[in-house]
Design a protein around this ligand. Sequence first.
Ligand code: PGA
Length: 256
Amino acid sequence: MRKKILAANWKMNLTHTEAESYLQSFLTEIGEVNDVEVVVLPPFTAIPASVSASEKMPALRIGAQNMHWAKSGAFTGEVSATMLRALYVKYVILGHSERRTLFGETDEIVNRKVRAALDAGLRPIFCVGETLHERDSNQVEQVLGRQIRQGLDGVSQKDFTEIVVAYEPCWAIGTGRTATPAQAEQAHAFIRSVLAGITDGPTAEKVRIQYGGSVKPDNAEELMRQKNIDGALIGGASLDPRSFAQIIRCAEAALI
Ligand code: PGA
C-alpha cells in the first residue's frame, strides 16, 4: 500500500511570521493525522519557522520549492541541498512547470537537481505535465515519457522509491480547471508504466504519484479514489489552512 502524500506548495507567499500563524491554525484545525503523510513547502525564508512549528505534528514534513544542483560555490542567489538538509528539510519540489517555463529549467537541469537532491538525502517531488497545446495535439504520452526518462536519467534503482512524482498538467495549474479523475488516472497509469520501463514493475508500484492542478476540497476525494493517484500537490487552495486541512480529510475519506 502506498501511503498518500498531501503537499502544500505555498509558492512565493507568506512571510515567516505568516507561516507561523498559518501552521498554528492548521495544527488546530487538523488535529491528528495517521494514515496519510502531510508536507508543507514554504518559501526558503519561512523554512526554519515552519520546521519549528512542525515538531508538534509527527505526520508533518517540511520541504523546499527549489534548490541548486551544486553543493556550494559561486552561484549568487542559489541554495544547495546541503543547506536545506541542515534545516531538517525532507522534500524538495523539482521541475515544477513554473520553474520550467518562467525560469528556463530544462529536463537536463531538472535531472541534475534530482540527482543532487537524492545524493544529499532529500526526497524530490518531481513534477511533470503537458501544456494545453500538447494535450490538444495528442502529445501527452510523448511529453510525459520524455520528461520522466530525461529527468530521472541516472537515478539508481534504490533511489527510485525516494522520489514522489507529481503529475501537474500545465493547463490545470492555478486555472480552476482540473483534470477529470479519469483523465488524471489515465496519465498516472501511463507514468507508472514509464517508471516500470526504466526500473521494474515492483519498484514502479512503490512510487507515489501525486496529482496537482486546481485541487480543492470539492474535487479532492474523487481524485484520491483513483487507483494510481497517491496524493496531491496543492497550490492556491493550500494557502488557506482550513481548506488544506479539508483536502487532507478528503484523502483520508478516500481510503475507506
Ligand atoms: P494550484 O497549483 O493548486 O494552484 O493549481 C498547483 C501547483 O502548481 O503545484
